[in-house]
Design a protein around this ligand. Structure first.
Ligand code: ADP
Length: 201
């Protein structure tokens, strides 16, 4: 197994690149999906979040956590964000470790797609780190257009994350994603080639 952290700010194009690498043969571990699963009704982290934030955090008439409302709450208050992270980060880290454990004896190139890879302290455990980088303007535009996020939500999310400079310093491979999807696809070819070299070297 060769492990690769894939990170970058929200809207930079991590998940898009992860999907392109999966098409080329990578096994992808998706931290966003893991986080969503961890907050499903009845899961331990669901109980902890409802205990900490109250039942108001549930979607009307449902046991599901209203993720938009939760995001709005925590990205406007650093103490609340710290409280949520204290609940979710250990669970996410543990589940990523379980996924890696399952693949550990394979010869797979495993890409861990996680905005939080450095915050979770996982970057040093990876054999390589890819950072996807796009300008703030481009990220804002993509998130507002494609995910329908409000401008104020986008700004709150962008400013709560590690600065790109910190991430770029740690990167083994940097992918600039300011161009078209075709450009990104060509970069995915180049990145995949490089990962295969690193994995076999
Ligand atoms: P992240 O996982 O980093 O938050 P995504 O991969 O989900 O970002 O990308 C955010 C949005 O921008 C998605 O809707 C995606 O399809 C779109 N996108 C990503 N890269 C490009 C690109 N080069 N050109 C156009 N749209 C893009």
């Amino acid at each position: 197994m060769f492990t690769v952290g894939l990170t970058g700010g929200i809207g930079s194009g991590k998940s898009t690149l992860a999907a392109l690498l999966a098409e080329r043969g990578a096994q992808v571990v998706d931290a966003d999906q893991i986080a969503r699963d961890a907050l499903r009704p009845g899961q331990p982290a669901w109980h902890s979040v409802v205990d900490s934030f109250g039942e108001d955090i549930l979607a009307a008439g449902s046991m599901d956590i209203d993720r938009k409302r939760l995001a709005r709450l925590v990205f406007s208050d650093p103490n609340k964000l710290a409280a949520l992270n204290a609940i979710t980060h250990p669970v996410i880290t543990g589940r990523i470790a379980d996924s890696l454990e399952r693949l550990s004896s394979s010869d797979a190139i495993v890409v861990v797609d996680a905005a939080l890879i450095v915050d979770l302290g996982l970057d040093s455990a990876m054999d390589a780190l890819i950072v996807v980088h796009a300008s703030d303007d481009e990220r804002r535009r993509r998130l507002q257009v494609s995910r329908g996020m409000a401008r104020s939500d986008v700004n709150a999310r962008i400013s709560a994350q590690a600065s790109p400079a910190e991430l770029l310093e740690r990167a083994d491979i940097v992918v600039r994603n300011d161009g078209s999807l075709d450009d990104l696809s060509r970069d995915a070819d180049r990145v995949w080639e490089r990962l295969r070299e690193m994995a076999s070297g």
